[in-house]
Design a protein around this ligand. Structure first.
Ligand code: FRU
Length: 474
């Protein structure tokens, strides 16, 4: 692969995509999306030298996912972004079939980016148990814009016995003067688990532990993350092949967390698994620490191998990220709220009280906070989406035209005190009861939707400004 030639092709693809944005009603106003091509997982999230960095899985030349690179946005405030040239290209022997997901470690004015080098050996292989290399690469950079050095530090032979070839998505952190890495894995018996490695120097790693549930929970755990928030250790991951029951596991793949009691390096027990999001489109979330100590998380607003689709591919792009969210540990569970930066987008505040029914103004980008005091509630986003709560059950339904295959999702919700809803040109994010539960979905309305509320309570509606992505009108 010739990088110079590639860069020319990417510029041409970006120009072609840019030309389509004017007529594209589904381009988002305040969600990170690729200028051209396909986006999936957030990677290498960090705050480094005064800027937030969001690297991401990116296929710039193919909106339906082709070769995977690392794309890159940075921002001083998470509102004004710069889109940089791709940071990693699949050009080395250890990553030639895709530079897959990974994470960032900031130390000594340097950024250490750990990623998965995907290699498919030519031959008649199944690429699960044979024929695939899942290596760990390490790119080090002083500015974050391009790697100063890049090397392979772990290969399948370095992983413990009994695993399939699927071992990926390193997340790295520092604790007590040592470095830790967690990798997602699929065993040869098709059990999902996480591998813990330890290092003294960031380059040489020793396998020290395995994190798994006593009973099998799916065949592969992707995109793991281990962190401590408000004194509670959390294991977050995206399990594939999980059984579904009682509105848990409604999507093809899940994504959620366990509280971890004990020590991830030794003896531990995992608490109950909770899904991170009950909507259609949220996967592979990654957390990082903001400079003020907040634990922030961004997820991919997509779902691999889902039966529903996104018509934006016709306009040469597909998928976006969730808004940044803050995680806290409260009352024995993770709470997820919009990051406070989102408040800076608010303009045209409209306070309202709702007795029976109320129509709000049409906005492409809006936020609505509703304090519910009734026993049932129905919020409509035009004719495209409906959020209905009654008798302890919440139903999110997307219309046939706007859903592109999305139908309905449910959430058990005995009590509903507050709904905070973020609507963008083609997405809805719902935060219930101050972040006790979240639902995220893409939707593709044909008109700018009018939000109507049927229920009792008070609220505030905000028109939101667009973010500056560096290439859009905002
Ligand atoms: C999750 C995932 C990761 C992998 C990446 C490849 O969406 O499958 O496990 O590293 O996407 O793009």
């Amino acid at each position: 692969m010739n990088i110079e030639l590639l860069k020319k092709q990417i510029s041409a693809a970006e120009e072609a995509a840019l030309e389509k944005t004017e007529q594209d009603h589904h381009r988002q106003g305040y969600h990170l999306m690729p200028l051209s091509g396909w986006m999936n997982d957030p990677n290498g999230l960090c705050y480094f030298k005064g800027e937030y960095h969001v690297y991401f899985q990116h296929s710039p030349l193919d909106a339906n996912r082709g070769s995977i690179f690392w794309g890159h946005y940075s921002s001083p405030d998470m509102l004004n972004w710069t889109l940089h040239p791709n940071f990693l290209y699949p050009v080395d022997s250890w990553d030639c079939n895709g530079v897959y997901s990974g994470s960032a470690l900031v130390e000594d004015d340097r950024l250490y980016l750990y990623y998965t080098g995907n290699v498919k050996h030519p031959g008649n292989y199944d690429y699960i148990y044979e024929g695939r290399g899942h290596n760990v690469g390490l790119a080090v950079t002083t500015e974050g814009i391009e790697p100063d050095t890049n090397q392979c530090i772990l290969m399948n032979k370095d992983y413990p016995e009994g695993l399939s070839c699927h071992v990926r998505d390193p997340k790295v952190w520092k604790l007590d003067g040592k470095y830790y890495m967690v990798l997602g894995a699929r065993t040869r018996e098709d059990v999902g688990e996480l591998l813990i490695f330890e290092s003294e120097d960031k380059y040489t790693w020793k396998h020290i532990n395995v994190i798994r549930t006593p009973e099998k929970m799916g065949y592969m755990w992707e995109c793991p993350d281990i962190f401590c928030v408000d004194g509670q250790w959390i294991v977050m991951t995206s399990p594939q092949g999980m059984e579904s029951s009682d509105y848990i596991g409604q999507n093809v793949y899940s994504c959620g967390y366990f509280p971890l009691y004990g020590d991830f390096r030794g003896e531990y027990t995992l608490g109950e698994y909770c899904e991170a999001d009950a909507g259609f489109d949220y996967y592979a979330p990654q957390s990082f620490e903001a400079p003020d100590g907040r634990r922030l998380v961004i997820g991919w607003m997509g779902m691999p191998d889902a039966e529903y689709t996104n018509p934006t591919a016709e306009n040469l792009w597909q998928h976006c990220m969730s808004i940044p969210r803050q995680l806290t540990w409260e009352k024995g569970q993770l709470y997820t709220r919009p990051a406070k930066e989102m408040k800076k987008l608010r303009k045209h505040t409209y306070t309202f009280a709702c007795e029976t029914e109320l129509a709000l103004t049409e906005d492409r980008c809006s936020e609505t906070e509703f304090y519910n005091s009734g026993s049932a509630l129905c919020i409509k986003v035009g004719d495209s989406a409906e959020i209905r709560w009654e008798e302890g059950l919440l139903r999110l339904s997307i219309s046939e035209t706007a859903g592109c295959g999305r139908t309905e999702r449910f959430l058990r919700l005995p009590e509903l005190t507050k709904v905070q809803m973020f609507v963008d040109a083609s997405s809805i994010e719902l935060f219930f009861n101050e972040g006790q539960h979240v639902m995220t979905t893409r939707f593709y309305p044909t008109e700018t939707p009018v939000i109507t509320i049927k229920g009792t309570g008070t609220g505030v509606h905000y028109q939101l400004a667009s973010m500056n992505f560096g290439w859009n009108k905002h």
